[in-house]
Design a protein around this ligand. Structure first.
Ligand code: TYM
Length: 327
């Protein structure tokens, strides 16, 4: 039994890509492992956030976890900022990580493009805080979407360097990336991943989208000019929609191809929109129910943070000793 840990940022609109790429894999692993899942509010502030909205988004992210079936009895759920050891270790790892390796992070390159000197130091340093998040808990498995793989690999490199310099301290984590669903593409641009911060709402299916939004977004999703419903990587638009359909209905691509034999894109899209409505409806009801009880949400976070804090402080004691600051 290894330790599983993952997190998401409370920013933008949580979407079906976040659910299929990270939350569902965590749910599957929850049954066999010791789990940690949290809300990385200090990662969210690497780009400007409205404080009032940020507070709401933290509670919303928690409601999504709980509504999805993440069980606080089996999984330690908490808020990153409640455990100051994350930022403390982040600083120490800053002194182990190199500028060169951070400069190679593709997410930083994407997010900082055209922003010139206005980019925050935090955005550049973000993967080091993520490394601290992971290493603090001796994590074995990190279920993430494809876009976070490079950050988990960087975490391994930082951990290895630290271990060589100061003696074995950190467990080397492995990213867990599902074969299908780890990179759900944007509905408006199927060659780019679906993104919380996309400007066009037609890029994503938000977990809170209502029936008519889902229908409109799916019907206008960009597909190539083919006719048949056949899974083909060279038709990224259709392949993406088929991946979503396959994951939410648990049908294989062969079954989907059979289901839509002799039918066209329009029929398939209508059916996909319907399947998404059916899939999201119970989740949305539960999210709203959890959001009504803020005290209960805060209680869950508080209990989770007590457990997390205990483990994090034990680890920090070892680390402080290793680097020579404990007198
Ligand atoms: P974040 O908040 O951007 O995304 C949360 C999770 O959703 C996955 N994801 C996707 N999966 C499939 N298709 C997509 N289009 C898609 N978009 C996002 C992400 O890969 C991620 O797993 N840096 C992380 C949060 C983080 C973290 C950690 C994760 C901070 N510390 C420690 C694991 C362990 C992030 O910004 O994820």
């Amino acid at each position: 039994m290894g330790r599983v840990l993952s997190a998401l940022q409370p920013s933008g609109f949580l979407h079906i890509g976040n659910y299929l790429g990270m939350i569902e894999p965590v749910l599957i692993l929850q049954e066999q492992h010791e789990n940690f899942i949290f809300i990385v509010d200090y990662h969210a502030i690497t780009v400007p956030q409205d404080p009032k909205k940020l507070r709401e988004q933290i509670l919303f992210a928690l409601a999504v976890y709980l509504a999805s079936g993440i069980d606080p009895q089996k999984t330690t759920i908490f808020q990153q900022s409640a455990i100051p050891q994350h930022t403390e270790l982040g600083w120490i790892l800053n002194c182990v990580a190199s500028m060169g390796e951070l400069e190679r992070m593709t997410q930083f390159k994407d997010k900082s493009r055209n922003k010139g000197e206005q980019v925050s130091v935090g955005l550049f340093d973000y993967p080091v805080l993520m490394a601290a998040d992971i290493l603090l808990y001796d994590t074995n498995i990190v279920p993430v979407g494809e876009d976070q793989k490079q950050h988990v690999e960087l975490t391994r490199n930082i951990a290895q360097r630290f271990n060589q310099r100061f003696g074995t301290t950190f467990t080397l984590p492995k990213p867990e990336i599902r074969t299908h669903g780890a990179r759900i593409m944007g509905l408006d641009h199927p060659e780019k991943k679906m993104s919380k911060s996309a400007e066009n709402p037609k890029n994503y299916i938000s977990l809170l989208d209502d029936e008519s939004a889902i229908q409109q977004k799916i019907m206008s999703a960009v597909t190539d000019s083919g006719k048949e419903i056949i899974y083909d990587q060279n038709s990224p638009g259709l392949a993406n929609l088929m991946t979503i359909y396959s994951l939410i209905t648990q049908k294989t691509f062969e079954q989907i191809q059979e289901e839509f034999e002799g039918k066209g894109y329009g029929d398939f899209k209508k059916q996909l929109a319907q399947a998404l409505i059916i899939f999201l409806h119970p989740l949305q009801e539960k999210i709203h129910l959890y959001l009504k009880n803020e005290d209960e949400l805060k209680r869950i976070l508080h209990e989770g943070s007590l457990r997390a804090q205990d483990i994090a402080e034990k680890k920090m004691k070892q680390i402080r000793k290793k680097i020579g600051v404990t007198l």
